[in-house]
Design a protein around this ligand. Structure first.
Ligand SMILES: *Cc1c(COP(=O)(O)O)cnc(C)c1O
Length: 222
């Protein structure tokens, strides 16, 4: 397999001045990551803790690694020393564990709260009531080794563009509503993947997570 450099240029052009690109390299070999790295890409996203930890020691140290999968509390320790941004935080207990591991490593770990926007049941994420209660908890008892930078969400996997765009609108509205509710104003709204990134940008995304358009279809998903 090899990367699609034309697509890479095309995506960069489409998001220029609006969003940053996180190249989702899960299940893809180091050679593919290095190919994109040589094109100038520095932000990469991974879903699996062990795979991310392995790649991080094998690949250039100036890569910014985004963890975009569902993170289990007992695995935070494996990525806490180097992860650039954790996109999928969906509980207060996970946030507390990230804070604890941040303290151990003496670094503040940047996080996004994942919001459930899709109509599908299977996707992880918080609803607004849970988001609100995390905001309230943190305002009274700060977690000094965590910084909430914004929100992340996944739209329904659907050909219905109206549905997808409504779901992104919903996320953007929450982003705006809660932008000042944490210790630092929000700066990252992570929404949009290979199939829907153009809609996401139109709805206000400033960070897209794109895998298969760049690296080709994945052979397996764990
Ligand atoms: C796999 C994945 C992506 C990228 O998906 P593509 O459709 O290949 O672009 C983006 N975000 C999350 C959370 C993912 O798990």
């Amino acid at each position: 397999m090899s990367i699609n450099k034309e697509k890479y240029r095309e995506i960069l052009k489409a998001i220029e001045g609006k969003a940053q690109l996180i190249a989702v390299s899960k299940t893809k070999p180091n050679e593919d990551i290095l190919d994109l790295y040589k094109e100038g890409q520095r932000d990469f996203g991974e879903n699996y803790v062990q795979e991310l930890a392995d790649k991080a020691v094998q690949l250039p140290t100036d890569i910014k690694w985004h963890f975009i999968g569902h993170l289990q509390s007992n695995k935070v320790k494996f990525i806490a020393s180097f992860v650039h941004l954790i996109h999928g935080v969906d509980s207060l207990s996970l946030l507390k564990e990230i804070n604890k591991q941040g303290q151990k490593n003496q670094r503040v770990i940047d996080c996004l709260l994942q919001i459930h926007i899709a109509s599908e049941e299977t996707k992880f994420g918080l609803d607004e009531i849970e988001l609100n209660s995390i905001a309230e908890f943190i305002s009274s008892s700060p977690l000094p080794f965590v910084q909430i930078k914004g929100l992340m969400g996944m739209a329904s996997f659907s050909d219905n563009q109206q549905l997808v765009s409504d779901e992104f609108k919903q996320l953007k509205a929450l982003y705006t509503k809660y932008a000042q509710s944490f210790h630092h104003p929000f700066s990252v709204l992570s929404m949009g993947m290979s199939g829907d990134y153009k809609i996401a940008i139109a709805e206000g995304s400033n960070a897209v997570r794109i895998g298969s358009l760049l690296f080709g279809a994945r052979n397996y998903d764990k």
